[in-house]
Design a protein around this ligand. Structure first.
Ligand SMILES: [Zn+2]
Length: 396
């Protein structure tokens, strides 16, 4: 067809040179969460699905699916991935001009063939989506089982290197009543790496570090374990590493890696660090009639923050400890998902001053609304600007 009609060819060339942004709308590409504004966007392939196999790089005007091989360097090819629209429609949309009028129309055969290709692509995408849903469920179950196993491997934190780690952060001596933390000496750190196999890029897991680690048991509101929070820390503590955690980097991207991760789930879960003390610091023994159910809950994002506040109150023999539980919500966004068990009537939200102030304020606002809705009085306690509660403890 090319060459028969210069006017038509010029129109198609203008479509190829069109906007990538418009093209991703035409093929209905939806980048994964958090990537919508980036130059590099990855997400499900408009033709074959998946979660992140399709990538578009705007600066270089390239796109690529590592599964079905859809790839190209022009807006028209991009718009046609998955064939959500016809060739002519794509050209019209990208150029903003109707098809040059004297060129021939799609024949009935071409039209039928196009519909058939589209029907097949949609059926394949449906099968892929179902397979993916089953895969996600299987992965979820597997990670829950490994979280359970990992927790079972953990030993007591008393006299373990965890106490040294906390000591390095000036959280010492450890006050009584701390639960749901365990120690493992050789916690493996896995990362996903890309490996080439027969011309295909596949992802596999690789251990890049093993070292001492702290486990925190994450419990759902009803008490069931849903995940394990892992913190990697250094073997030997030095003054030039005040956080006491290893510096880990991705072997392929060089990106600095987090030294805290969750295995399993965290949504709505919490690490219940302290069950509830009376103001003399007595730990409930658990015998019937001797329980001291907490009426107040301190809630923070991180274990270190929470323990820093707990220790400071403990040193002062603060009346705020009276029947107070201390829960770690793992991340700021999760605080609003936590349910305060009865008879807790007061929630004190602890906000670090070293995170983005806007994010912190918004997340604490949502948590406050949630606990107010649960019938609790809510107070916020903010660390000094630029600091977290552990910094404040160390300075005191
Ligand atoms: Zn694909």
């Amino acid at each position: 067809m090319r060459g028969d009609d210069p006017e038509f060819d010029a129109w198609v060339d203008r479509a190829r040179a069109g906007s990538f942004l418009q093209a991703i709308e035409l093929c209905e590409f939806m980048p994964a969460k958090g990537q919508a504004q980036r130059n590099d966007r990855a997400g499900p392939c408009p033709a074959c699905g998946g979660t992140d196999r399709f990538a578009v790089r705007f600066n270089d005007r390239v796109f690529n699916c590592r599964h079905c091989g859809a790839r190209g360097r022009d807006a028209l090819s991009l718009a046609l991935v998955g064939e959500k629209i016809s060739f002519v429609e794509a050209c019209e949309a990208l150029t903003g001009e109707p098809k040059p009028s004297h060129t021939r129309d799609e024949t009935p055969e071409e039209r039928a063939a196009r519909h058939e290709r589209r029907r097949k692509a949609e059926a394949a995408a449906l099968v892929a989506a179902e397979k993916q849903a089953r895969q996600i469920e299987a992965d979820r179950r597997r990670s829950l089982e490994s979280a359970d196993r990992l927790w079972g491997r953990g030993g007591s934190l008393v006299n373990s290197p965890i106490a040294d780690y906390f000591g390095h952060r000036d959280i010492r001596p450890l006050p009584p009543g701390i639960e749901n933390l365990r120690f493992v000496s050789d916690l493996p750190y896995y990362v996903e790496v890309d490996v080439e196999r027969g011309g295909d890029i596949e992802t596999e897991l690789r251990v890049i570090h093993r070292g001492p680690g702290m486990l925190g048991r994450i419990q759902a509101p009803a008490g069931r374990i849903i995940g394990v929070h892992r913190t990697w820390f250094d073997q030997i503590f030095s003054a030039d590493n005040p956080k006491g955690r290893p510096h880990l980097f991705h072997p392929q991207t060089g990106k600095a890696l987090k030294t805290k991760k969750v295995l399993g789930e965290q949504h709505g879960g919490a690490i219940r660090l302290v069950r509830g003390l009376d103001w003399r610091g007595n730990v409930p023994t658990g015998f019937p009639g001797d329980m001291i159910p907490p009426t107040r809950m301190f809630l923070a994002e991180g274990v270190e923050t929470l323990l820093s506040v707990y220790l400071a109150l403990w040193r002062d023999r603060s009346p705020l400890l009276d029947r107070a539980a201390f829960w770690c919500g793992i991340n700021l966004g999760n605080l609003q998902n936590i349910r305060a068990p009865k008879p807790i009537a007061e929630v004190i939200l602890l906000g670090d001053g070293d995170s983005d102030p806007d994010d912190t304020t918004k997340a604490l606002g949502r948590a406050e609304a949630s606990f107010t809705g649960q019938g609790c009085r809510v107070a916020r306690l903010m660390a000094d600007r630029g600091k977290d509660f552990n910094d404040m403890l160390r300075a005191s």
